[in-house]
Design a protein around this ligand. Sequence first.
Ligand code: C2E
Ligand code: CA
Ligand code: CA
Length: 441
Amino acid sequence: TGLSQGFSRWITAALMTEHSERLLLPAGTTLFVEGDPGDVAYLIKRGRVSIFLNRQGQEIAVATRGPGELVGEMAIIDAGQRSATARALEACELLVITAEQIAHRLQATDPILRMCLSVVLARYRETVALFGRDAPPAAANLLGDVARVGSADFNAAIETLVLERALRQALLNKELVLFYQPIVQLEGRRIAGFEALARWQHPERGLVPPDQFIPLAESSGLIVQLTQWALAEVGRVFPTTLAPALLAAGAPAVPFISVNVTAIDLARDDFIATLSRMLHASGLPPRSLKIEVTESVLMQDPDGIARTLQACRALGAGIAVDDFGTGYSSLSSLSLLPISTLKVDRSFVRSMLSEPASRKIVQTILRLAEELGLPVIAEGIEEEAQARALAAMGCAFGQGYLFGRPAPLAATLELLRGWRARGTERATARPIPATVETTEP
Ligand code: C2E
Ligand code: CA
Ligand code: CA
């Protein structure tokens, strides 16, 4: 075994050279010895590795690992000592995995996952200690202090666990509500449709905004149920209540409702079936439904996402690209995707009157949209001057606090009733400019 003392160090050094990530070992080679520092793990591609303890000159077999299995993984997670000896039983082909390759991934992962891993590791070290040999505690733990009660990581993990359970319960208890925010034609100021935005009516916390539970819903997978709920809710409310109220308030012929969906939703095989079922069951005209997808989602998996979006279009629904301008979509990918509307991100609208760069971006997006034949909705309009500037630049639609904040259904119907009244005033006070009108964003 003397041969293998420091063997793992040799491998680390070998790793620096070009052809080292594949290791070919003759049968009988010792990979590492109990007590060695653990700095790499090995994925077995071919051959078998025996793991054993050496006690009073006796080899006590612990396990045999074969192709597809890992050897030495525990020691790289906590940079501890090897708890056993590993030897190639046959000629082996191994792939080396370094601690460095793992470290970044561990830090980037979910704190709950890290907490579980570090508990598994601690249990492992406890068990190892039972086999004698004074295994000192790990030097530097790649997992950090995630499992230490009171640490920031631990608190974050606990908070996430509690919130996740509460969100699951909220979906069952119907604590989620949809708020509706008007989307307005900038010329003539008719409300053309609404965006549906989720809120959580928490029994103790009150109204929880979506940025506090949508990311949680995404990381836990609950977003699938949340999106299904939002689609069902829109299917329930829009045809019977919102659409008639919109038409009565002077909306164009095909008023619409936008629903936000995520990459997780679109990646599911059953998304189209669910959507199609909802459309049939609710009587929501597909042309009235707009699926909002952020630009960053579109760029993640352009091919896979494009297929799902194409199927949405085939059902008759529209696709709006949300937060447009913040991602890095190329002109070519945009023209390949089945998009029907662009939504200019609120950050550009906010600064467009004070910063020439923002104004230029808005102008460029509008020109691009015209080129692609797509109507544009400007998000986050808070001031009349912004609405006018956007209208003058040829932007057809606007959304923002200027026209209305997201509001529950009752308040939304109230807004529509008031809008009808104001609409009459406006029509008499100020003639509606004679421009080409886009009625369907
Ligand atoms: P978003 O899709 O970009 O929605 C627009 C957000 O901008 C809304 O925030 C809206 O209240 C806010 N907003 C609208 N006009 C103005 C304005 O004039 N000024 C300012 N400062 N803000 C304005 P909200 O409702 O808090 O939603 C935040 C985000 O949460 C949404 O951004 C969306 O990404 C996500 N979200 C909301 N509901 C859902 C949902 O049902 N499903 C999914 N997947 N995501 C949702
Ligand atoms: Ca949106
Ligand atoms: Ca947006």
